[in-house]
Design a protein around this ligand. Sequence first.
Ligand SMILES: C[S@@+](CC[C@H](N)C(=O)[O-])C[C@H]1O[C@@H](n2cnc3c(N)ncnc32)[C@H](O)[C@@H]1O
Length: 537
Amino acid sequence: MEEEEDRIQNLRSKATELLLRKEWKDSIEVYSELISLCHDQISNPHQNLDPNNLSKLKKSLCLALCNRAEARLNLQDYPQALQDCNEASQIGNTHFKTLLCKGKILLSLNQYGLALDCFKKASLDPNELENSEMLNGYLEKCKKFEFLSRTGAIDISDWVLNKFQGKPPELAEYIGSIDIKKSDISGRGLFATKNLDCGNLLLVTKAVAVERAIVPESVFQDSKEQAQLDMWKNFIDKILESIKKCVRTRDLICKLSNGENEDQLEVPDIDLFRPDGEDSSTFHDKKIDKEKLLNILDVNSLVEELISAKVLGKNSDVHGIGLWILSSFINHSCDPNVRRSHVGDHMMIHACRDIKAGEELTFAYFDVFTPFRDREEKAKNWGFVCKCKRCNLEKGVCSNQEMMEIEMFLGKGLDNGGVVYRLEENMRRWMVRGKGKGYLRSSFWRVYSEVYESERSLRKWGSKVPLMENVLDSVVDAVGSDERIVKLLMKGLKRKNGHNKGNGIVEMEKVMKLGRGLYGKIMKKQTLRTILIQLGN
Ligand SMILES: C[S@@+](CC[C@H](N)C(=O)[O-])C[C@H]1O[C@@H](n2cnc3c(N)ncnc32)[C@H](O)[C@@H]1O
């Protein structure tokens, strides 16, 4: 018996030393040995332990489990760390260290409400007053995140005003008024469950993994391709690592499309994707083969679009690829109604126009300011034929002989004003009206924008082409807000009002509405105004 006690004592000292040295993997190994020794001692029927020894053993076991959980937490192995904490709580359910560790794990898993309960319980321990400042920090963070995940009241103004420097703001995950349903476009899609205003936040979701690399535009094509290949390989490794650590992540990834028989796929309950929802124990230990995983990543991974890169023209050489699970249910449309923006590893989705309850949410997988045939090619690279309303309409128009001629002229450097004039004339003859006009103008955005940007073109064609404001209104109506529209509008305003006279209130209101469509209502009005003015410079 004494011998066993000495062994326990030795293992404990060794493990503690490793833990203090932050040698997580080694400390886990020694703690595992210690834990199984404690288990053997407690359950051995020949031991005849007196209550005092039994209580001492249980205390050692509880502490070892909790310390192993701490080491696992540091390796981001949350499910196993949580299991250790749960076992430790069965032995001593008010053990301060266990409650603190469990709270930290739950916070990392974005389970804010449950984490808050742990920290609150820990704060009741009268023997831990010296830790109250640290505990208050966690309590405040949990309360803030719990509020944000319930309301989506996110404001990133300070970071934006600081020119996106420093660490991006910490965001809570948030699922707004959305649901997963069968889609008329393909397979499943995300849908609005209530009427939404342009700019409303719908989803904040953290990536399973993101891999970023600097790929300078100036390098040779070969080096660029190699850098992208390396990035993709590292990204896959990161995903494999997350899957190995967490059955829940693996099961959720398994629910994504691999591009085959999408219409037969089941429609999962959106609650499965809520961090505070299902417990990981309800998930099944299914295997996912590597080929299926690669197909899933191929269909669902997205390239980051960084706000800072777009607004300030900075970091444009930084490329990132990531997998965001819930937003992977969003189908593409060339006439999208939501947009995404990226802050750190979080993707935020907001309405880029007013949306009616029951409408499917769609964003653009690729640039929609390009002619039908280019988009058709891009969709093909994604592995699908686009079934959106706009493509259906343009498919008919674009097979028209005259339209083909116009497209041919585009490549031949013909006067852009002439192309716009012909296109407008033809739309009149083909009786293309309403949204259809906006669709075609968006498809030929390059020529329209070049005409409106050039004083020379405007002098020559100004009386024969429609007013820029009318064209921009129809394009916004067709494809929603876009940086390029705001840029042109701001330039037009400058031209009209002169450089120093400021912008008209009514016009600025219009630009602000476009800004809300671009970035969502996640910034104070003044901050949004500042970045929109920068966009026009
Ligand atoms: C990221 S997933 C979108 C969610 C998917 N529909 C599902 O059920 O999981 C991308 C896949 O959806 C389909 N898809 C998305 N947008 C589409 C569109 N506009 N037209 C046709 N298929 C589309 C394609 O099969 C594409 O590979």
